[in-house]
Design a protein around this ligand. Structure first.
Ligand code: TXA
Ligand code: MG
Length: 334
């Protein structure tokens, strides 16, 4: 299967500064679907246009992330954020007090939110923050869209706090590195889910608990909070209502067929994750296509997906969704 885009050697990414001309160049890369490492006040982020699913899939490939852990969306401020998520009065007060700054808010994703499904990994929530860094904000303003950006490090390694760290580890996998000097905070943002019955701290980070509690009252731990989604702790991923049959080489009557690459002889696919057999494209289509087929079919047959590269994560998610849909009524992974 063709997965050249994941393995082909590439020239090292240029390291440039953060002048207005540099930010114009970075914005052009982002708008053409590329990856740019950006300084923030916490750690360097690996940014892509959050509304472009194929670009977002490249983040997972570059980081070698084993699964579709949801990503934080970086916004210019409250106005952009309110187009993506529903803000309660408490959420609005937190944003007003701490943005721009190292606070990430996990909020209900709006039905009209234009962010790619892959960013939120099929969750009904979205993580948002406005970074307190003139270059990051300048880039978001130029792009005019939210930027999806996890920390710019290979999965399971230390987060980068200088451009050199990024260049050392990811240079051949990304398109451009903006060197804004060392990160002021050097520690990732604090992640909070402000709920109906108080706020939950999903990840301690660069903004101290006490500062947040001055607004929220006592922050609860995720384990104590019912129904709060914290990937890595209490996982909840989208699983279709429809029964899934994996590694399928045909479709039974009534089954939708979700193809990958050339379909088997005689099978006419309902949808194709990637006609050219590209795992990045398939990853970016996965959640959206399952959702579409789920609306019209009670059973979905899914073509075999190669296990290499992003295929591991795609198969992981399909296996979970398939296992769950065989147990009536159970739709959550914890
Ligand atoms: O400071 C930071 O937060 C840095 C800079 C680049 O902004 N970003 C960062 O991203 O640390 P990352 O991907 O390494 O960590 C994001 C965390 C993950 O643990 C993920 O599970 C969680 O945010 N997360 C994202 N979306 C979520 C959601 N909808 N619900 C709960 N947790 C979410
Ligand atoms: Mg990280």
């Amino acid at each position: 299967m063709n997965s050249d885009s994941e393995s082909a050697p590439r020239a090292p990414a240029p390291v440039i500064g953060v002048t207005p001309a540099d930010l114009d160049r970075a914005a052009a890369v982002i708008l053409s679907g590329g990856l740019v490492a950006i300084p923030t006040e916490t750690v360097y982020g690996l940014a892509a246009d959050a509304t472009n699913g194929v670009a977002v899939a490249k983040i997972y490939t570059a980081k070698g992330r084993p699964s579709f852990n949801p990503l934080i969306c970086h916004v210019s401020g409250l106005a952009m954020a309110e187009e993506l998520a529903d803000f309660s009065p408490l959420a609005r007060a937190l944003a007003a007090r701490f943005w721009p700054g190292p606070l990430t808010l996990v909020l209900p994703r709006k039905a009209t939110c234009p962010v790619a499904e892959l960013v939120t990994a099929g969750l009904p929530s979205i993580a948002l923050r406005s970074p307190k860094h003139v270059a990051a904000l300048g880039l978001i303003a130029r792009v005019g869209r939210p930027l999806a950006a996890p920390s710019a490090n290979p999965s399971e390694t230390l987060s980068p706090t200088r451009a050199e760290h990024v260049a050392h580890n990811l240079s051949s996998k990304i398109d451009l590195i903006l060197d804004g000097g060392p990160c002021e905070r050097g520690l990732e943002s604090t992640i909070i889910a402000p709920g109906e019955s108080g706020a939950v701290m999903l990840r301690p980070g660069a903004l101290a608990r006490s500062e947040i509690e001055s607004l929220t009252g006592s922050l609860r731990a995720p384990e104590a909070a019912q129904g709060v989604l914290a990937p890595g702790m209490m996982r909840r991923h989208y699983a279709p209502r429809a029964r899934l049959r994996l590694d399928a080489l045909d479709a039974s009557p009534g089954e939708a067929y979700l193809a990958f690459g050339a379909p088997p002889n005689g099978v006419s696919p309902s949808l194709n994750l990637s006609i050219r057999g590209d795992l990045q494209e398939a990853a970016s289509n996965l959640f959206a296509m399952l959702r579409t087929l789920d609306e019209t079919h009670s059973a979905i047959a899914v073509a075999p997906i190669p296990g290499a590269g992003l295929g591991e994560a795609i198969n992981d998610r399909l296996n979970r969704a398939g296992a769950l849909s065989s147990q009536d009524g159970v739709r959550e992974i914890r």
